[in-house]
Structures are given as structure tokens and as C-alpha cells.
Write a protein that binds this ligand. Structure first.
Ligand SMILES: Cc1cc2nc3c(=O)[nH]c(=O)nc-3n(C[C@H](O)[C@H](O)[C@H](O)COP(=O)(O)OP(=O)(O)OC[C@H]3O[C@@H](n4cnc5c(N)ncnc54)[C@H](O)[C@@H]3O)c2cc1C
Ligand code: SF4
Length: 326
């Protein structure tokens, strides 16, 4: 790890001031710092200034109202994991927050930092000297991708735990920029590009995550596979929300993390709506998940294993949810 370089630390008190300060040359947002500071010390990020979001009151609360639950971007993950209404009505979200890293990271790490997390790769999340001695790579300062050397694409995986769980509950987000605020679906935040996976305007700030009333109480859950159960990023993660009525599927949503450059919603789950969810259908769902997961050689664990495990976790999770909501 490198020493921390010299930089300015800004501590705005409002969203508008944060956006204004972020517009300065070389400024970046800092929330809990649990990824940003690591990346600075690896020479991946070199901000001239950090705009600390943790002193902004508007970003710091969880509010339950008639439309659902609004979670400020600077709320720590530990507060999401233990919030009574989130645990009761949006269980996958609480479970995912409880599974991020270790307890200390969850006390510092925030909702906004987790949703805006940089993509990860074995050839990227390394020290400066390691990356330099491997001629860097496309994502940062280099000219080739070590994972798929013939191409011009980056396959670094989005590995945040919270996004898939919020996606299966149909979450929205509010974004702020110098032009004002806009509200979009969480899906719209991501694109399938490991080098540029966030569809944010330059300097745009994530203000809040909205969990809609319409999906409150739908049985949901989150499972992840990782090397060390107490601390690691997911090698593969799956969230699902399933509503059964009279023994048939009324609604079904599945989303994955850590196996694509963006949190990936499983397509074609509609074909299961209106039918039962027995062993045959669960096997088909497992295979659908495996087909749509596209892990690459971005971790120390082989892609074939991550594809197998994500399908198996999806099957187990859905079998449990089906039993619960039958
Ligand atoms: C050992 C270790 C294990 C980890 N394991 C996991 C894991 O299992 N699962 C997981 O998901 N993560 C893991 N992480 C990564 C990290 O701890 C979490 O993702 C955390 O939630 C990041 O939030 P933060 O507030 O610390 O973000 P920061 O590090 O402060 O910021 C992360 C990025 O988001 C941007 N950002 C922050 N807030 C906003 C905002 N409101 N609007 C726009 N941009 C913003 C920052 O500019 C930066 O680019 C791990 C980290 C470590 C060091
Ligand atoms: S997938 Fe390729 S370009 Fe992207 S970080 Fe890994 S090695 Fe670099």
C-alpha cells in the first residue's frame, strides 16, 4: 500500500454544497471510505479533494412513510441491517446489508457507497507496484485486458451486496446534480461495462434509496458465497422476491451480483408466473440463473464454480421462499 497522498478534505453541510464542491477539478465523493481509501492507497484513485458526505443531515436518516421507506445515502449499512421495518418488509435488503464485509466496515460503509461501489477484478484491486509490473490493464492506465486479452471490453465485476436485494424490491433512487434532482429506478444506475458501470452524470450525487410500498412484505432473501464468511466480497450473490397465491407464482424477481459488471436482473422470470414452483420449476430456474450469469476470470475462484454456486444458491433460496409463502 502507498502512503496517503496530500489532498483537501471538504465537509459540506448540504447536498447542494456537496455537488458544488465535487465540481472542482479532481474532487471525488467520500462516504464511509471503506473502498475509496483503499483505492487511494493502491494508487487507483488520486483525488485532489475528497467531499465527505457524512456530515449532511439530509443523507443520514431512514424514514418510513405511506409510499414506503426512504434510506439516506450516508446511512451506515449496520443501521439498514438492524432497522425493524426494513427487516420486516424488505428482508432481502436487511440480509444483504448484514452480509457486507465485517462489522466495522458495516458501521462505516454506507448505502450510497455500496450502491456506487467500483467494479472489481483480480488484476485491478492490487497495489501500484503489482499493477505496474503487469503493465496495468484497460480499466486503469493500461492497454490490454488480462482477463480477455483480445478484446477492448472490461469485465470487472460489480460486487456490492445491496443492489440486487434492492432491485428485487423494485427500488428507486434520487440523484442530485447542479441541474437539480431526478428520481429514477435503481436499474437505471447501472450499465454493462466494467470500466464505466455507473450511469451518473459527472459529479451526480446519490441522495437516497427508495423501497416502494408496493413490494413491502413480499417474502424475499439474499444469499452469497465468499471465501471467508466473516469479511469477504461475494464471489457470487443472489437476491429473490417471490409471492405465491393459491399454490401458484404471483410474482417472481431474481437479481445477481459479482457475476457480471452490473447487478444483473434475471430475465424471463415471467414465464413462471401462474404456475406451481415444485422441483422441476426450481431446477429450471436454477439453470436459467446459471445461463444468465456471466462470471469471468476476475477472482481467484474459477468462473465455472461461481456459475454453479449462484444457480444452486438461487434454487435453495427460492425453495425456502416458496415454502414460506405457500
Ligand atoms: C476487507 C473488505 C471487505 C469488503 N467486503 C465487502 C462485501 O462483502 N460486500 C460489499 O458490498 N462490499 C464490501 N467491501 C467494500 C465496502 O466496504 C462496501 O461496499 C461499503 O458499503 C462501501 O461504502 P462506503 O460508504 O465506505 O463507500 P466509499 O468507499 O466512501 O465510496 C465508494 C465509492 O462510492 C462513491 N460514493 C459514495 N457515496 C456516494 C454517493 N452518495 N453518491 C455518489 N457516489 C458516492 C465514492 O466516490 C466512491 O467512488 C469490502 C471492503 C473491504 C475493505
Ligand atoms: S477485466 Fe480486464 S480490463 Fe477489466 S479490470 Fe480486469 S484485467 Fe482490467
Amino acid at each position: 500500500m502507498e502512503l496517503m497522498p496530500a489532498m483537501t478534505l471538504e465537509r459540506p453541510g448540504t447536498v447542494e454544497d456537496a455537488v458544488r464542491l465535487r465540481a472542482e477539478e479532481g474532487a471525488k465523493y467520500l462516504a464511509g471510505g471503506t473502498d475509496m481509501v483503499v483505492n487511494i492507497r493502491r494508487g487507483i484513485e488520486r483525488p485532489a479533494a475528497l467531499v465527505d458526505l457524512t456530515g449532511i443531515e439530509e443523507l443520514a436518516s431512514i424514514a418510513a412513510g405511506p409510499d414506503g421507506i426512504d434510506i439516506g445515502a450516508a446511512v451506515p449499512l449496520s443501521a439498514v441491517a438492524t432497522h425493524e421495518a426494513v427487516r420486516r418488509d424488505y428482508r432481502a435488503v436487511a440480509e444483504a446489508a448484514a452480509e457486507v464485509a465485517g462489522p466495522t466496515h458495516r458501521n462505516y460503509g454506507t448505502v450510497g457507497g455500496n450502491l456506487c461501489l467500483d467494479t472489481r477484478c483480480l488484476f485491478y484491486n492490487q497495489s501500484e507496484w503489482w499493477r505496474k509490473s503487469n503493465d496495468y490493464c484497460l480499466k486503469h492506465r493500461g492497454e490490454i485486458c488480462h482477463v480477455a486479452p483480445g478484446g477492448k471490453r472490461c469485465f470487472a465485476a460489480f460486487s456490492g451486496d445491496l443492489a440486487p436485494a434492492a432491485l428485487v424490491h423494485g427500488a428507486g433512487i434520487t440523484l442530485a446534480s447542479a441541474e437539480g434532482r431526478r428520481r429514477v429506478s435503481l436499474d437505471a444506475l447501472y450499465r454493462n461495462d466494467g470500466m464505466d458501470h455507473l450511469a451518473l452524470e459527472e459529479g451526480e450525487l446519490l441522495v437516497a434509496l427508495h423501497l416502494p410500498k408496493a413490494s413491502a412484505g413480499i417474502p424475499s432473501g439474499y444469499r452469497k458465497s465468499r471465501i471467508r464468511g466473516s469479511i469477504d466480497f461475494p464471489l457470487a450473490g443472489v437476491a429473490a422476491a417471490l409471492r405465491m397465491e393459491g399454490g401458484t407464482v404471483a410474482s417472481l424477481d431474481i437479481a445477481l451480483t459479482a457475476v457480471n459488471p452490473y447487478p444483473h436482473r434475471i430475465a424471463r422470470t415471467d414465464s413462471f408466473v401462474g404456475g406451481p414452483l415444485g422441483g422441476d420449476e426450481l431446477d429450471r430456474l436454477r439453470d436459467t440463473v446459471r445461463t444468465q450469469a456471466k462470471p469471468m476470470r476476475t477472482t481467484t475462484v474459477q468462473p465455472w464454480y461461481r456459475r454453479r454456486v449462484v444457480g444452486a444458491m438461487a434454487r435453495t433460496l427460492l425453495a425456502g421462499l416458496a415454502g414460506e409463502s405457500a
